[in-house]
Design a protein around this ligand. Structure first.
Ligand code: SF4
Ligand code: SF4
Length: 265
């Protein structure tokens, strides 16, 4: 299995991922508890799906033995101060499709030995960031963003669940935010505090996920932004580790309808 693991890592790096990690499947009790507490505070806004069966997100299916985490770094955009209109992850093709395609090389290696596998890219009921941490690749910051030890917070994650018992990475990241609170202080809407993220105040939710029209107050908060907000990533000292993206992987903003008062831009 060590050789197969090596081949999977090579397939991932060849596809353009920056790093590949391996974690043994288990129930992520601590993350489930955090989520239960967060849900009890009703901070999930209209994203009711987050509150439904949330225990499942920390409980991999029974057939899964190993969780492979692939990290794709990208680079923050060089914004002028007045032009922070959309998040850097949205600067390109749909990352869901791009990351899924990049994971196909890993699946091919698993298939060579008859292993079962399933990929997850941001839409599955699984704690992706927690698994990236579990694989020893970094930590979850006070902004609730995964911070890669190698590449900082500007990363996308792709997961492969498999029934193969691949050797888990022993190294665990013991990093955390410590006393830093730069992201909390930088957030323009005070959406972050010691309890994590209050989605109801988050510009990313307002411009990407919110189902109903923005309120007058929200329109003022959003200003000229049309898709997401990177302030709490840009504030993070770990963002200095960001690397230029080697391949376009991100969501073309033109495919989404702007959410709000277009007369501002
Ligand atoms: S995305 Fe923007 S609004 Fe949301 S928590 Fe981060 S800084 Fe605050
Ligand atoms: S800005 Fe500071 S507190 Fe926020 S995620 Fe980065 S290290 Fe953690």
């Amino acid at each position: 299995m060590e050789k197969l693991k090596e081949r999977i890592v090579i397939a991932g790096l060849t596809a353009g991922f920056g790093e590949i990690g391996f974690a043994r499947s288990r129930v992520l009790n601590q993350d489930i508890e955090f989520m239960a507490d967060w849900i009890s505070k009703e901070r999930y806004a209209d994203m009711n799906w987050l509150a439904r069966n949330f225990e499942r997100r920390g409980t991999p299916p029974e057939w899964v033995r190993t969780i492979i985490v692939a990290v794709k770094p990208y680079h923050p955009l060089e914004w002028n101060a007045d032009e922070k209109r959309y998040s850097a992850f949205a600067d390109g093709d749909d990352y869901h499709a791009a990351i899924s395609a990049m994971l196909s090389g890993l699946l091919k290696e698993i298939n060579t030995v008859g292993g079962r596998a399933k990929t997850c890219v941001d839409t599955s009921a699984i704690f992706e960031k927690a698994w990236a941490k579990e694989a020893g690749l970094g930590f979850i910051g006070k902004n609730k963003i995964f911070v890669s030890e190698k590449f900082g917070p500007f990363v996308l994650l792709g997961l492969v669940l498999t029934d193969l018992e691949l050797p888990a990475d022993e190294k665990k990241s013991n990093l955390n935010c410590g006393n830093c609170r730069l992201c909390i202080d930088r957030c323009p809407t005070s959406a972050l505090d010691e309890f994590g993220l209050d989605v109801r105040r988050c510009i990313s939710w307002m411009t990407i996920e919110k189902k109903s029209e923005l309120s007058e107050e929200e329109k003022i908060i959003v200003g000229n932004r049309i898709f997401g907000c990177d302030e709490c990533l840009l504030a993070c000292p770990w963002s200095k580790k960001s690397l230029p993206s080697r391949r376009p992987t991100h969501l073309a903003i033109s495919k989404r309808k702007p959410r709000m008062n277009t007369d501002k831009y």
